[in-house]
Structures are given as C-alpha cells and as structure tokens.
Design a protein around this ligand. Structure first.
Ligand code: PEP
Ligand code: MG
Length: 762
C-alpha cells in the first residue's frame, strides 16, 4: 500500500497548479482502487461550504459549481465530524442529500474522509461505488493515509495561491498568512529575503513569453554546472571510490544536451520558464527512480535532485533573480529568511530594519528574543512559504497576532498606517517618562535590569537608564565568530562591560550553547538538542572552555566589584559543586596574580539559573551552595510543559502563563524568600506587561528584560498598585489554562488605562 501511495503522491506533486493536480489525483485513486468514482472537495470558509474541485466518476461540469454546506449532505457531515464515514447504502442515510448536478443517482456505497492540516479541515476526499457494499478496512485505511499525505500539499498550494499573482487561487482568499507572534509591534515595509537557497522542492512553476531567453539561461547554467562538476571530480580524482565515480558519470550523462537538456528545452517550448521546466522534468525522473524496487536506484533520485539544485542555482544567477545584494536594500526592510540568526541581524543596517519574518522558529526561539531585544516587530514560523514569491513584495506584519499581509490594498494600507501611527504615539509617551523611577502607586520600588548580549552590545546603547545587567548572554559573541574567542579577546569584552557601569551589577552567564544556539566551529548533532549537551553540561565536559571564560571574567573584574557569575541549565547539585570548584580554582590563581601587582580581586557572587524543573524541588539545598537565583522562564516553560520553544507547530501550547508554570514560579519566590536568597526573573515573561504584573503579585521585586521592554514595564509599574495585584493572584493561580490567566491580567491593564500595550494589533 505504501509504495502505491508514494507513487500517487509523487506523481500528483509534479503537476503544476492545484486544480490539475487534484484532477489527476481523483483519476489515480479511482483507477488504483478500482472504484466507480473519486471526488475531492475543498473548504471555502468564507461561505461555510465544501466545493467540488475534482472528480473522476461524477459529472465534471459540476466542478466549482456544487457547493455543499458543512451542515448538509454526507460530504458536509464528514467535514463537520472531522472523521471518516463508510456507508453501504448512502441514499438510506438520514444526512443523504441528492445534488442533481453531480449525477450520482447510480451510486450507493460511499466513503469519505476529511483532509486536515493543523487542526483545520481543508477538504474532503470521497470514493463511491455503484454496488451496495461496505468499503473494506484496507480501502478505508488507504483513503485516510492518502488524506494525511495530501493535507500538507494542499495547505502549501493554498499559501502559494495567496502569494502568487500568477497562480490560480482555490478561492478568493485574503492575502494574509498566519504565523506565530515573535516580537510585538506593527510594521509596513518591503520584503528582503536573505540567504535565499534555491531548491526545486520550493520552486513555484511559472510560464514565460520569452522562450529564447529561457533556453539561453538554461544552457548557460548547464555550462557553469558542468565546469563545477568537473573541477569537483578533478579535485577528488585520486581518492574517489568506484560508487562515487559512478555518480559523477551519471551527472555527466544528465548534463549532456541529449539527456535532461532535450526534455527541459522541450518544456521551455511549451512556455514554462527555465527553472520551472527543469523542475517539471526532474521531478518526473526523481519519482521514477524513487519508485524503483532496487534501493541503489532509489538513492539515485537523490543524486538527480542534488545536481538539479546546482543547475537551478545557476539558472537563477543567469537570469539575475538570485540572492539580493546590498544595493537592492530599501529604507524600510522587512527582513525575511528561512531561519533568522544572530549574525544575520548583527550585520544588518539597523536603521533600515522595520520588521522580521522567520519561516522557521517559534515565539521563544532565540531569533524572536533577539527581535524583541532590538524592538523590531517579528513573525515566526510561516511554514511552507516559498521565499522567492515573497521577495520584494510589500508586507504588513503584526507581531502581536502573528499575521502577515501581502501587498495590502490601498484601503487596508491606510488602516495599517493609522495603527502604526497610534503605536508610535504610545511609544513616544512611554519614552517621555523614561527617567521616572519604577515605583508602584503604593510605593513599592522594583529593580529593573536589562538582558544583554543578544544583539552584540546594541542593548547596552539602548539602556539609556543605565540599569544594571541581570543577564548577559555570553554565548552571542561566541556565535558571531568563526572560532572560540581567546582569553584575551574575552577579557577585553568583559572588561569594557564591567567598567562601563562600575556601580551597577553585571551578571554574566557562562556559555550557554547547544539547543538553538549553535557554534559553527563546534558542531553538535543530536536528535533532541534541547534535552542534550547544552549550557553547563557542555562546559563541564570541556573544562578548558569553562576555565578560560571564567578566568577572562575574573581578570576583567580586577579592581571592580560588580561581577556576578550565573550558571545556565543546572539540573543537579553536582554540577553546582563542580562549577564552584573550578571557579574557586581560577579565583585563587587570578587573585594571586592581582596581588603581585597590588590589585584586588573580590570574589564574585555565584548564581544558578532556575530553568530545569528538577531544581525547583531542591531549592533549599541549592540556596546553601550559591549566592543568588535567576529564573529562566523561557526554558522553565519549555521543560515543564514539554513543548519545544523553537517549534512553531506546537507554539499554541507554549505559554509561560500556563497555571503550572505560575504555580512553580510562586513556589520559587516563596522558598527563596524563606532561604533569604535574592532572586531575579530574567526570562521573557518579565518583560511582558501581563507577565511582570503577575510576577510582582507573587512577590518578585527584581526583573530583568530587554532594553525595549524596560521603559514599557517601568511605565506599567508606575500605574499599578501592589495591593491590587496581590488581590488578583488567587484568581490567576486557580485558572484552568493560559488564556484565562492572560484574560485576567489584560483586563486589569485595560482597567488601568494601559490597554494599548496588549492590543492584538490589527
Ligand atoms: C531562559 O531560559 O529563560 C533564559 C533567560 O535563557 P535563554 O533564553 O538564553 O535560554
Ligand atoms: Mg535558558
């Protein structure tokens, strides 16, 4: 069954355009399953109906005409119940409704199954038979499995329909796509895709009117590819084993004008552009190879695709539609990338950056934290969006709701500009009070600190209030280099930070790489990176890295008193003991050196991040071993809820407002106060208006956040009272879910006239 399914899906995927591919799908299913009809309906949510989009067996003239409401007929019932329906004699079913246009009087047996993607019913696929019989379990299993496989394809085709002005749309869909909110704020600007990697699998096929030019582009691209392949095989000539030699021979054969070339040029003559023609031909080859029984031949499908991606890249270069260059950079850029990275943002001219769209990642990925640190609106996790279609389009992005609107029309544009203006007015108001103290209406002083390191020092510039640093993520300077920074390089960096505000605390976290913070020069490949070799686990296994870093920090702190050292990802007491031992060892060495020069070195206070749930149950023991705690709500949420902070598919489940996270936080502050140990919250929750209020209600008095949130949170603090917040706490902690918690907090903010801060954008 699997091979048949694979063959059908592969064949259908090669067909350009949604409607022709659904048409072919209906035929293939009818023929393979030997049934009398197969039909596909797609959901049109605007009109609450399922529309016949393809059929083999029913009346083809009814395509796009028959619309079945979700509360009508058997197709509607499948869509409504979101489960398969297998009926022996359909006309006897109470929900049966005859649609004369489709001409189905002769059919009795019916089976239908929903096509679902990310909880949403995209359509229904059905098979019918003229006899009275129940479809077998095998037939039912086939249809259900097929439906799961085509769900993603249909969702992607819908997105392409939204994006591509040339493609037919399934319906008059609004030109907007939903992602995950990454950084609050609204922006209108021009999409600028960086690091666009051309892959045939991502290519959206297009027609051309200039066959001659397309043939030229193709031939030029093949020439360049041939040169690249030749020099590759020359370089490897002596060391090549026989099987690899065979691959190069295959490449040469394919690059021959009489092989791929003939077929590609034929497609160009059918008015497809060069890249599309290559895709259409290669998909066909790859599917034929992949369907072969022999595993060796199946593998060759990968080689063909690999070579073709090279040709594609060269076609794009030849046609001038390759990656953007800096000269193309407009003044209002919405930066779009498959995966936004720290170095990408560090190198980007900040004054031109209005918004960020990352195809991968989620709301607490480090790219999203980075965007918040820079105060730039961001949307994450846009899934199957082909970058080439977005490039250079005008985009409106709503970082509150995660919505991206493409090429907004005049009226919508005017509304967006108005919303942006309102937001700017609010920021100006907050800015004008930047110097005011963070003191509640009933006189409670809050200590606000800044999280730094993520945008290569930018936060320190923005930290106009000169707040201390509650979390300096030292891994970022490591990530921006191509090798480990030397002790001296680290010393210089740390010293400049410590001496800039000698009277303000500077909490430096030891290297926290792993998870979604990779070092290009220290690659780690793991199945579960967030549960793997990360933070203190890695640095204790590589004490050289840890010792060099701590030595650089201690040397930088000679003559100063503001260094605090923070240990990330602690999950056992042993790790704290081991880290303390190493820190003490370096401390004694550096102090001895300092004394020789008549300089002093005070012992820095040592703290641990509370971000792995295990430590919540050992707080008293930990408090005996260290000087302070810092709560990392980002990871604590991820590990308590078992939700990958980087995976947009489960973004709806990731929330630091989950009552279990809040109960854990309230336990932490209670025990910390009892043990008399200072505690800060440095996760993103502390920088959100609702989050900060809840933490204050629990008793937290030290919050560390990105420099942008600092002014906002300080403004919130001045407008609320601790007594009122405390009275909300019992309600918050007894909520069933995160949305109820958010609702209570947001309602309070609105009551205090601070609703503008939590508005859901457009
Ligand atoms: C956290 O986990 O809350 C935290 C502050 O650390 P990071 O986001 O760098 O993992
Ligand atoms: Mg963390």
């Amino acid at each position: 069954m699997l091979t048949t399914l694979k063959r059908i899906v592969q064949e259908v995927n090669q067909i350009p355009g949604l409607e022709p591919s659904l048409d072919r799908l209906a035929t293939l299913v009818r023929e393979t399953m030997e049934v009398d009809s197969c039909s596909i309906y797609l959901a049109d949510y605007r009109n609450q109906a399922l529309v016949l989009k393809a059929t083999d067996g029913l009346e083809k003239n009814a395509i796009n005409k028959v619309r079945i409401n979700f509360n009508e007929g058997l197709i509607g019932l499948v869509g409504q119940r979101e489960e398969p329906l297998n009926i022996e004699n359909a006309p006897l079913h109470p929900r049966y409704k005859n649609y004369p246009e489709v001409n189905e009087e002769a059919f009795f047996a019916f089976i239908g199954t929903p096509i679902i993607h990310q909880r949403k019913v995209l359509g229904v696929i059905s098979m019918q038979q003229k006899s009275i019989r129940r479809f077998s379990e095998d037939e039912e299993a086939f249809l259900v499995t097929l439906a799961t496989q085509i769900g993603l394809e249909i969702a992607n085709a819908e997105i392409r329909g939204v994006l591509d002005v040339n493609s037919e749309r399934a319906f008059d869909a609004p030109k907007s796509i939903n992602g995950v909110p990454g950084s609050p704020g609204l922006a209108l600007g021009q999409a600028f895709v960086i690091n666009m990697k051309h892959e045939l699998s991502q290519l959206v096929v297009r027609k051309t009117t200039n066959q001659k030019k397309e043939i030229e582009h193709y031939r030029k691209a093949v020439e360049i590819t041939r040169g690249q392949v030749d020099s590759l095989s020359d370089n490897l000539a002596d060391s090549l084993p026989e099987d690899i030699k065979a691959i190069f021979q295959l490449y040469h054969h394919l690059l021959d004008a009489n092989s791929l070339g003939r077929e590609v040029e034929q497609k160009i003559r059918e008015n497809w552009d060069a890249a599309s023609s290559l895709k259409l031909v290669v998909d066909n080859y790859a599917a034929r190879f992949a369907a072969m029984e022999d595993p060796y031949m199946q593998e060759r499908a990968i080689d063909i695709i690999d070579l073709s991606n090279r040709i594609l890249h060269n076609i794009m270069e030849a046609s001038g539609s390759s990656t953007n260059t800096d000269q193309d950079l407009p003044d209002n850029v919405i930066l779009v990338a498959r995966e936004v990275s720290a170095s990408m943002l560090a190198e980007f001219p900040v004054e031109k950056l209005k918004g960020i769209v990352s195809i991968q990642g989620s709301n607490n990925s480090h790219a999203a934290i980075l965007a918040r640190a820079m105060g730039v609106p961001a949307v994450m996790g846009l899934g199957g969006v082909p970058l080439s279609l977005v490039n250079h389009q005008e985009l409106f992005i709503d970082g509150y709701s995660g919505q991206v609107v493409l090429a907004p029309e005049l009226q919508a544009r005017a509304v967006f500009l108005q919303l942006i203006a309102e937001e700017e007015a609010l920021s100006k108001r907050i800015e004008s009070e930047a110097e005011q103290p963070a003191k509640t209406q009933d006189g409670c002083h809050m200590t606000l600190l800044v999280n730094a390191g993520l945008s290569a020092g930018l936060e320190m510039e923005q930290n106009k209030q000169g707040a201390g640093v509650g979390l300096y993520r030292t891994e970022i300077p490591f990530m921006l280099r191509e090798r480990f920074p030397s002790e001296q390089e680290q010393y210089e960096l740390y010293h400049s930070l410590l001496s800039a505000h000698p009277n303000k605390e500077m909490t430096m976290r030891t290297l926290d790489v792993g998870g979604d913070k990779p070092l290009s020069y220290f690659p780690i490949s793991e199945d579960n990176p967030f549960l793997g070799w990360r933070g203190i686990r890695l640095t204790l296994d590589q004490p050289d890295i840890f010792l060099v870093q701590v030595r650089a920090m201690l040397r930088a702190s000679i003559g100063l008193t503001n260094l605090h050292i923070l240990l990330p990802m602690i999950s056992t007491i042993n790790e704290v003991d081991e880290a303390n031992r190493l820190i003490n060892q370096v401390f004694h060495e550096v102090r001895a050196e300092a004394l020789k020069n008549q300089q002093t070195l005070v012992k820095p206070s040592i703290g641990v991040m509370l971000e792995v749930p295990a430590v919540i149950f050992q707080l008293e023991r930990l408090a005996e071993k260290v000087d302070f705690f810092s709560v990392g709500t980002n990871d604590l949420t991820q590990y308590l809820l078992a939700v990958d902070r980087n995976n947009s598919r489960v973004a709806g489940l990731y929330s630091s407002y989950h009552p279990s996270v809040l109960i854990a936080l309230s336990h932490i502050i209670r025990i910390s106060n009892r043990c008399n140990i200072p505690v800060t919250v440095c996760g993103e929750l502390a920088g959100e208006p609702s989050g900060a209020l809840i933490l204050m209600a629990m008793g937290y008095r030290k919050l560390s956040m990105n420099a942008h949130s600092l002014r906002k949170i300080s403004w919130v603090i001045r407008n609320v009272s601790i007594a009122e917040l405390e009275s909300l706490l019992a309600d918050v902690l007894s909520c069933d879910g995160p949305s109820d918690v958010k609702h209570i907090a947001d309602k309070y903010l609105e009551l205090k006239g601070l609703g503008g801060l939590v508005r859901a954008g457009s």
